[in-house]
Each structure stands twice: as structure tokens, then as C-alpha cells.
Design a protein around this ligand. Structure first.
Ligand code: GDD
Length: 312
């Protein structure tokens, strides 16, 4: 199967590219930044900017992908308060541009749009396991953009008879995730302290929040299985562990992995205008749809991530 990944140079994109290559797929790796590395026979690195319609047309016409996974996004909740316009431009209009081009050039392709648990917003406050049929009450520009993109994608599927599914990915982490996401922020600071590059203080934001995390390996495995599934009209599918974790507990465990004494400082600049206190998803639908289970113990994932920061 020939699969186009948009945003292939990002954290999830690069792990997914490698996973699909390992599984024998032909990957068209779309990115706004083209590296020097030469393409291999089963990997084509192409320029693709979801806000540049010509670049999408060119890639779809030339490579005729049978699957498309849209990972091109402004993915930071915190940043979406600073750059709401860009967040909407990339996440909403970018998605629409791909679907419009797909409708014209590759209407047979399977399109997986990657959304977010953030779409549920305040509905999550009830503390219930979020299922795909629950209402969404997004609380920040990022969440609004992902909800809009998902709705547009599913409307287009209905209108044009396209095979589109919208994934609501909950939090994820692992080697290669950039700064600005909680596990990377903690791991990088811990390693800088270990290396003597900074004083023994770790700056943190809201530690009371609870989130549902998957290690990157389990996340890209879920995306691959959904890509392979022959089931149609799946609509929205949560990808999550089903286990809520308090950010404070994650921090405590990560600090135990360091040989240094570390003190914690609440950095008010890391607090957000509104932070949903609790997110936990139901993974019943994905488990009914494909044979997926999370396989990496959460603390093992944290240790692998800290180790990656030590080596990089
Ligand atoms: N980033 C960050 N850095 N977050 C912190 C910190 C810190 O130092 N300290 C506490 N937090 C809290 C945040 O306030 C938030 O409640 C929680 O940790 C998780 O923050 P992020 O890792 O930035 O993730 P997010 O939940 O806002 O968004 C991520 O998950 C979404 C799925 O739920 C992103 O990966 C999104 O792209 C994704 O859709």
C-alpha cells in the first residue's frame, strides 16, 4: 500500500514513517522542510505544505496514494493561544485543502485525519470515560481547530462518498518529541540538571491536571491498524490508554530516575488561560474495530524518553 503522510517530519510523523517502512509500505513523506537525505525506493520525500494547494495537487497526481494520514498541524495547545490564526489556517483549512484535492485526484484513497481529545473540552470535566458520541465543548483555539477539521472531514466523506475517519488522539510522548509538551519538558530539564547545564530546579506548569497518555509506539501501531482496517464509515475513533495520570505523579516518577536532588518550581508563565483538569478516554471502539492493545508500560516509556534526552 502506498501511503502519504503529511507532517512526516514531526514527532508522530517520523515514528509513523519508520513503522510503515518496517511493515513494507511505500511511504510518501510530505513535509514543508525537505532534508538533504536521498529518498529510498520505498520512501519518497516530497515537499508538501497543506496551505499550498498546488503542492498537494502535485503530490497526489504524481504518487496516487491509496492511504493518506494527515499529521500536518500546529499541535501545541499552549501555542494556539499565541497564534490562533495560524492554528486555524493549518489545522482547519489545511485539512480541507487535502480533502478537496483528494476528492478530485484520489477519491478511492483512505483518509485518516488526526484530531485530539482536546475536542471534548469541558465534557471531560465530568470525569467520565470519553466516548466518541459525547458532545464536544472545546476550550482553546487548538481544540476548536481540531473539532472543526474533523467535522469538515466527516461532512466531506458523506457528501462525496469518501473513506474518511477522524481519530481523536489523546496525549502521547516518547523519544523525539520536541519541547513544549509535558514529558519532553520534564525530561529535558532533568537531563540538563544531570549534565550540570542548569541549576537543580525544574520549572513546571499545572501539576494537578490529569491526562490519558500513550507511548508513541502504541500510538503509531494504532494508526497503522486503522489504516489497514477494511471497515467503512467508522466516523470518529479515540486512540487512548483509558488510564488517567496526574501530571504531578509523572513528574515525581521522572525525578526518581535522576541521580541528582531536584526541587520543583511552579512557573506561572507555564499556566494556561484555561486548562481542562481531567481527560480520560474510552478505547472500546478502537478495540472493537482492530486488534489493538497498548503494550508499553507507562513508566518504561518515561524511562525510554529520559534516556533519549540523555543521548541527544
Ligand atoms: N507542556 C507542558 N509543560 N505542560 C505542562 C507543564 C510543562 O512544563 N507542566 C504542567 N503541564 C500540564 C499542562 O498544563 C497540561 O495540563 C498537561 O500538563 C499536558 O500538557 P501538554 O503536554 O502540553 O499536552 P496537552 O494536553 O496540552 O496537548 C497534547 O495532547 C493533546 C491530546 O490530548 C498535545 O500533544 C496535543 O497535540 C494533543 O492533541
Amino acid at each position: 500500500m502506498r501511503v502519504l503522510i503529511t507532517g512526516s517530519g514531526g514527532f508522530v510523523g517520523s515514528h509513523l514513517t519508520q513503522k510503515l517502512l518496517d511493515e513494507g509500505y511505500e511511504v510518501i513523506a510530505g513535509s514543508t522542510v525537505l532534508t538533504e537525505k536521498k529518498s529510498k525506493s520505498n520512501l519518497k520525500k516530497v515537499y508538501l505544505n497543506v496551505n499550498d494547494k498546488d503542492s498537494i495537487e502535485e503530490v497526489l497526481r504524481k504518487y496516487n496514494p491509496e492511504g493518506i494520514i494527515n499529521l500536518a498541524a500546529q499541535s501545541s495547545v499552549a501555542k494556539s493561544w499565541e497564534i490562533p490564526e495560524e492554528t486555524l489556517l493549518v489545522n482547519v483549512l489545511g485539512t480541507l485543502n487535502i480533502i478537496n484535492s483528494m476528492c478530485k485526484n484520489t477519491p478511492y484513497a483512505k483518509f485518516i485525519n488526526i484530531g485530539s481529545s482536546e475536542e471534548y473540552g469541558l465534557t471531560a470535566k465530568n470525569g467520565e470515560y470519553l466516548t466518541e458520541i459525547m458532545p464536544c465543548l472545546p476550550q482553546n483555539p487548538y481544540a476548536t481547530s481540531k473539532l472543526s477539521a474533523g467535522q469538515l472531514a466527516l461532512q466531506s466523506a458523506k457528501k462525496h462518498g469518501l473513506n474518511i475517519l477522524h481519530v481523536r488522539a489523546f496525549n502521547h510522548f516518547g523519544p523525539g518529541q520536541r519541547l513544549g509538551f509535558v514529558v519532553s519538558d520534564f525530561a529535558s530539564q532533568i537531563v540538563n540538571i544531570e549534565k550540570g547545564k542548569s541549576p537543580s530546579v525544574i520549572n513546571v506548569g499545572d501539576l494537578s491536571a490529569q491526562r490519558d497518555f500513550l507511548y508513541i509506539k502504541d500510538l503509531v501501531n494504532a494508526y497503522t491498524l486503522l489504516l489497514e482496517s477494511k471497515k467503512l464509515d467508522l466516523g470518529i475513533v479515540n486512540v487512548c490508554s483509558g488510564v488517567p495520570r496526574k501530571i504531578e505523579d509523572i513528574l515525581k516518577y521522572m525525578i526518581t530516575q535522576s541521580k541528582r536532588e531536584i526541587t520543583v518550581n511552579l512557573d506561572s508563565t507555564k499556566l494556561r488561560p484555561s486548562d481542562v483538569p481531567f481527560f480520560v478516554g474510552s478505547n472500546g471502539k478502537i478495540k472493537e474495530t482492530v486488534e489493538w492493545e497498548s503494550t508499553v508500560e507507562f513508566n518504561d516509556g518515561l524511562e525510554l524518553t529520559i534516556e533519549w534526552w540523555r543521548q541527544n
